[in-house]
Design a protein around this ligand. Structure first.
Ligand SMILES: Cc1cc2nc3c(=O)[nH]c(=O)nc-3n(C[C@H](O)[C@H](O)[C@H](O)COP(=O)(O)OP(=O)(O)OC[C@H]3O[C@@H](n4cnc5c(N)ncnc54)[C@H](O)[C@@H]3O)c2cc1C
Length: 379
């Protein structure tokens, strides 16, 4: 079996690692357009309650969080200058670059051939592979090549967001709501190491324009950050940064795009992660979901699915099906976090904790005429 995986984010790396560990004799080639050390953004946060399936599949994330992550149980919400603190929600975060580095090493150690700085060839030029796994992120080029059969729906949030880091260490997950003379701003921050926190800012479009934060040249190449916005935000949130510096990494305003896709495969091409579904960053689940996709797909491809399905409890089977029938109930993801300062997305976190394998399995191989079954029949 020859597998091409396009995209070396958490989803593509985890899938490649799992397959190669289960089937060392198979060839797995992963195309990643960036260098090994490139990682835009700062950190990713995981809820303790959601990691069981990933940890059972492979300890790479658990070990990375234990060795390099930050763990906490507190949530703080600042509104109108007053602080509320809640305890008992276990979460952990890690630098995205650290996580990717550890997963790259694990995948290479298992025998995955990673081709860094290589944009994947077009689908027609990947004919030599039996299976093509599209893990190429929210702006997936493979999704655009496959097009209509996937039936993707896209919803773009009206709110603006921008990510920064800061040298100020927040004490757990922290939501800050404040206002300038131009309007309201909300921050979602959490520590990701012993010297850095992630600091994501949201505001509405009118406030953003009034504040003159719309002047950045969006044609600037990747890597260039919006320094005017950095100065404005650092000044506005100075009381909460307590002298900490605001750090940039490709920091520029964007509108979050929610993607939903009823069908996750077409012919020899199978999709996973952000390429087929995105979750608003205030829910803190995109990485986890991409890795869960990787588990389900790797088990189907390597033939372990029966054992996995037989271990699922009835409640884990029913809830995802319920949400699949009512996607809007599951998904408030295009809404900015600043609309719900008190919950901070925790309801969605709790729901995500219950999502298990069967829905994803169906999306890959609906109707029972799966790609792997066809491949097996032909070999
Ligand atoms: C501001 C922000 C904050 C976030 N915070 C969190 C968080 O706290 N917790 C969390 O779980 N999630 C978070 N997410 C979401 C998370 O980043 C994504 O859901 C996750 O990275 C998806 O993983 P993936 O592997 O599907 O795609 P990606 O991580 O996007 O990886 C795709 C990879 O494919 C590569 N690629 C693309 N096209 C090609 C090509 N043609 N050829 C070769 N390579 C290609 C890209 O370079 C990239 O490395 C956040 C997202 C944003 C925007």
């Amino acid at each position: 079996m020859r597998i091409a995986c396009v995209g070396g984010g958490p989803g593509g790396l985890f899938f490649s690692l799992l397959v190669k560990r289960a089937r060392p004799d198979w060839e797995v080639v992963l195309f990643e357009r960036n260098r090994a050390t490139d990682a835009f953004g700062f950190g990713v946060v995981f809820s303790d309650a959601t990691l069981r399936a990933i940890d059972e599949a492979d300890p790479v994330l658990r070990d990375a969080l234990a060795d390099h992550g930050v763990h906490w149980t507190a949530i703080e919400v600042w509104a109108k200058g007053e602080r509320e603190r809640f305890d008992g929600n276990g979460m952990a975060a890690i630098r995205r670059s650290t996580l990717l580095g550890i997963m790259q090493a694990a995948a290479i150690g298992a025998g995955v051939e990673i081709l860094f700085e290589q944009v994947a060839p077009a689908l027609d030029d990947l004919a030599e592979f039996d299976l093509i796994v599209a893990a190429d992120g929210a702006n997936s080029a493979l999704r655009e090549q496959v097009g209509a059969p996937l039936g993707q729906q896209v919803e773009t949030a009206a709110a603006k967001f921008i990510w920064f880091g800061t040298t100020h260490l927040f004490d757990g997950l922290t939501f800050v709501h404040t206002e300038s003379e131009h309007g309201n701003f909300a921050v979602h921050a959490y520590p990701i190491s012993d010297d850095t926190s992630t600091f994501i800012v949201e505001t509405d479009d009118a406030t953003w324009r009034r504040a003159g934060l719309d002047e950045f040249d969006t044609a600037a190449p990747p890597g260039v950050s919006d320094e005017k916005s950095r100065a404005y935000i650092a000044n506005l949130f100075a009381p909460y940064l307590e002298g900490g510096e605001l750090l940039v990494n490709n920091s520029r305003w964007a509108n979050f795009t929610t993607r939903r896709t009823p069908r996750w495969h077409d012919g020899r091409v199978v999709f996973l992660g952000d390429a087929v579904h995105t979750a608003h960053f205030s829910v803190g689940s995109g990485t986890k979901m991409a890795m869960e996709d990787a588990i389900v797909l790797a088990r189907r491809v390597t033939g372990e699915v029966r054992r996995v399905l037989s271990r699922l409890r009835p409640v884990a089977v029913c809830l995802p099906l319920l949400f699949a029938q009512h996607p809007r109930r599951q998904d408030s993801t295009a809404r900015p976090a600043l609309r719900r300062p008190r919950s901070g997305g925790m309801g969605a976190r709790a729901r995500n904790a219950r999502i298990a394998d069967p829905t994803r399995s169906r999306r890959y191989f609906s109707g029972g005429a799966g790609l792997v079954d066809r491949w097996r029949a032909n070999h």
